[in-house]
Design a protein around this ligand. Structure first.
Ligand code: SF4
Ligand code: SF4
Length: 269
């Protein structure tokens, strides 16, 4: 999406008089685009594999790899599949982080003991499955014609909130585990370094910074949502449901950030 190059038509006027559309259908000597991308309508590199079949199929030599402004096609991402991916990644940020908090892990352990499983893996899988059902339900709602167009665009406005949650969570890991690079390098080099672990405490300034990040994500999401809602006739009808989803996610994020973390896959867990 941010490539400075793009497979696209050199001269749109030439396509206007084209009768065969070989770039899409192919011809006797060259197959057309197997991703069903029609060159005159194609925008950006989304779905394009750069296989160059269309370049060879066009009888007018009107398709090439041309320079483009990186990110030029971001505005055309209002598609159901993109919205589904965005919802998965946004909700995934919260589900993934919550699955590392002590209360959720204790809850999983209790259910593991109650159901008699030897490993915690089925509980982790069930937790992720249930957590990611919400975006699945939202995608089903969005696939209804009545909700589709505005809904898809509103789903994209959740990106800043999801991004801020991923950043807050990952930076917690980086700040608490950066020193692991020393023993890891020792293992790669097959040497043992003298090393005293500084412990796994995040610096004191980090919790307020995490909350600030999440605040910024929420405000940006609400701002984008409000801008979008203003373009419709019933602004509040569109804005309120999506703003509610964003605020609920924000609340969940705050709860997660205040919980003690217990990282999976560590010896102590
Ligand atoms: S890219 Fe080539 S084959 Fe495709 S519509 Fe344009 S002129 Fe026709
Ligand atoms: S490069 Fe390949 S995938 Fe991309 S538009 Fe052309 S034929 Fe389709």
């Amino acid at each position: 999406m941010v490539s400075p190059l793009e497979v696209r038509v050199r001269e749109p006027k030439v396509c206007g008089s084209c009768q065969t559309h070989d770039c899409l259908h192919g011809n006797a000597r060259q197959r057309g685009c197997e991703l069903y991308l029609f060159q005159p309508k194609k925008a950006g590199n989304f779905d394009c594999t750069f296989c160059l079949d269309c370049v060879h199929a066009c009888p007018s030599d009107n398709v090439g790899i041309l320079a483009t402004l990186p990110g030029r096609a971001f505005g055309r991402l209002a598609r159901l599949d993109v919205a589904a991916l965005v919802l998965l990644l946004v909700f995934g940020a919260f589900v993934n982080a919550s699955a590392m908090t002590v209360p959720v892990i204790q809850w999983m352990n209790e259910w593991q003991a109650r159901l008699g499983f030897a490993s915690r893996a089925p509980m982790v899988a069930a937790f992720y499955f249930v957590g990611l059902l919400i975006p699945l339900v939202l995608v089903c709602v969005l696939s209804r014609p009545r909700w589709r167009d505005p809904g898809i665009t509103f789903a994209l406005t959740l990106v800043p909130l999801g991004f801020s949650m991923w950043i807050a969570h990952f930076w917690f890991h980086y700040l608490t585990a950066w020193s692991a690079i020393v023993p890891a390098a020792g293992r790669v080099l097959n040497r043992s370094f003298q090393f005293t672990s500084p412990g796994m405490q995040a610096p004191a300034w980090w919790p307020p910074a995490e909350i600030l990040l999440l605040d910024a994500g929420l405000l940006w999401t609400l701002y984008l949502g409000w801008q979008l809602a203003h373009r419709t006739e019933r602004a509040l009808n569109f804005f309120i449901p999506w703003a509610t989803v964003a605020v609920l996610l924000f609340g969940a994020g705050l709860w997660i950030l205040f919980q003690p973390m217990q990282m999976r896959g560590m010896l102590m867990s």
